[in-house]
Design a protein around this ligand. Structure first.
Ligand code: SF4
Length: 383
């Protein structure tokens, strides 16, 4: 074997050994680990962890597994029950994908997760990272993974001085992730890379002096740990303004809710009549005809669209909710209004919506409602 190749192989072996020794002592004790290669648990946790922290996911994970302990139980569930358990985690498309994935595993794979990377990639919502995570974590088969923590870690290990988001950097990072996987313990290796990235190799002030792989780290050797990973500047969040009306039915204090269509942002979710005022419009309220510069006009709009007789908004603003969605920063103002005449006829559902109902407060908590709308309604958020 030529010396150069021999040295590379030795270095790779030393790197894996140092990392795995550290992981065996310091790996994080996470509830979805150590279940004897349960691919279902891996995929539920990974779908929940996209753009969400471990601490935030843990209570959701336990509730979800309690309600849907197997892939078959999830496949047989109603989508509204799945979304309900996801409420507060955001990125609801992941919940829909997970539900569709469970159905595909049951229908196309007899309830058994495939181990082949292409078969995993063919499942709904599964990209390269999740396919690699399932194959390596659940089945202990070699596959690369790359997510926020491992991107940072590998970029520092190789001293990558280009922005990590570019396609050439991504190609380099995936190639590194592939080449580094330990063929004997691929699952532990990938989890060790994630854990090291999440703990010692933190975004700011990495703990290089106690890092087990510092002898293999270019950023450490060259003093560039503060600079790497290089990221392209994010475009600023787009601000927008909306307001919601809490319209109560005096007889029982039931509240008027509208159901969104089954596609787009918050598909099939219930919400207060909410109007776009200015700036960004991520929920596409203008397209739904809920565009209004002031609250009096919005009352007229609801009266006209739904055949109701509503008094002007009462008193001052009851609440202001600030929330972020996709790349928008929204300010939602909440006003209360009252139904003037009892309404016994069936409610008219405005065009562009899937339903309209007066819903008693105790029942509202059982509906799928976004976090911002829960705050507007003062419904306690789940811990
Ligand atoms: Fe990260 Fe520092 Fe370890 Fe390099 S030496 S991998 S920068 S913690």
């Amino acid at each position: 074997m030529p010396d150069l190749v021999k040295n590379e192989a030795e270095n790779a072996w030393k790197f894996r050994q140092a990392l795995l020794d550290w992981y065996d002592q310091n790996g994080r004790d996470l509830p979805w680990r150590n279940h004897g290669g349960d691919a279902y648990r891996v995929i539920v946790s990974e779908m929940m962890l996209v753009q969400t922290t471990v601490a935030a996911v843990i209570p959701y994970y336990h509730r979800f597994l309690e309600r849907f302990p197997t892939v078959t139980s999830l496949a047989n569930a109603d989508e509204s029950d799945v979304l309900k358990l996801w409420e507060g985690l955001g990125y609801y498309r992941r919940a829909r994908h997970l539900h569709a994935l469970a159905k595909a595993v049951v229908t196309d794979h007899q309830g058994q997760f495939p181990t082949d990377i292409n078969a995993l990639l063919a499942l709904p919502g599964v990209g390269r990272y999740i396919a690699g995570a399932v194959r390596s974590f659940a089945f202990d088969l070699p596959a690369p993974i790359l997510e926020a923590n491992t991107i940072r870690l590998i970029a520092r290990l190789i001293g990558l001085q280009d922005p990590v988001e570019t396609s050439s950097s991504q190609k380099t990072l995936w190639a590194e992730a592939t080449a580094r996987v330990d063929p004997n313990r691929p699952g532990s290796f990938n989890q060790a890379m994630m854990d090291l990235g999440a703990t010692l190799c933190s975004p700011r002030e990495p703990a290089c002096l106690i890092c087990p792989v510092s002898p293999h780290c270019e950023a450490f050797k060259t003093g560039l740990t503060d600079l790497i990973p290089i990221k392209t500047a994010k475009s600023p969040l787009k601000p927008g303004q909306e307001f919601s009306l809490i319209i109560k039915r005096p007889a029982d204090n039931a509240i008027l809710l509208l159901k969104r269509l089954n596609h787009g942002l918050w598909a099939d979710f219930w919400e207060l009549p909410t109007f776009w005022v200015s700036g960004a419009d991520p929920a596409r309220r203008c397209e739904l005809g809920f565009e209004c510069p002031d609250s009096n006009q919005s009352i007229q709009l609801v009266e006209c669209l739904m055949g109701l007789d509503i008094g002007p908004p009462e008193g001052a603003l009851t609440k202001t909710v600030k929330y972020g969605v996709t790349n928008h920063k929204m300010t939602l103002q909440v006003l209360e209004a009252k139904l003037l005449k009892p309404h016994s006829d069936e409610l008219l559902c405005p065009r562009g919506w899937a339903g309209a109902e007066f819903v008693p407060m105790p029942e509202i908590t059982g509906r799928s409602i976004s976090t911002a709308q829960r705050k507007a309604l003062k419904i306690p958020l789940k811990s």
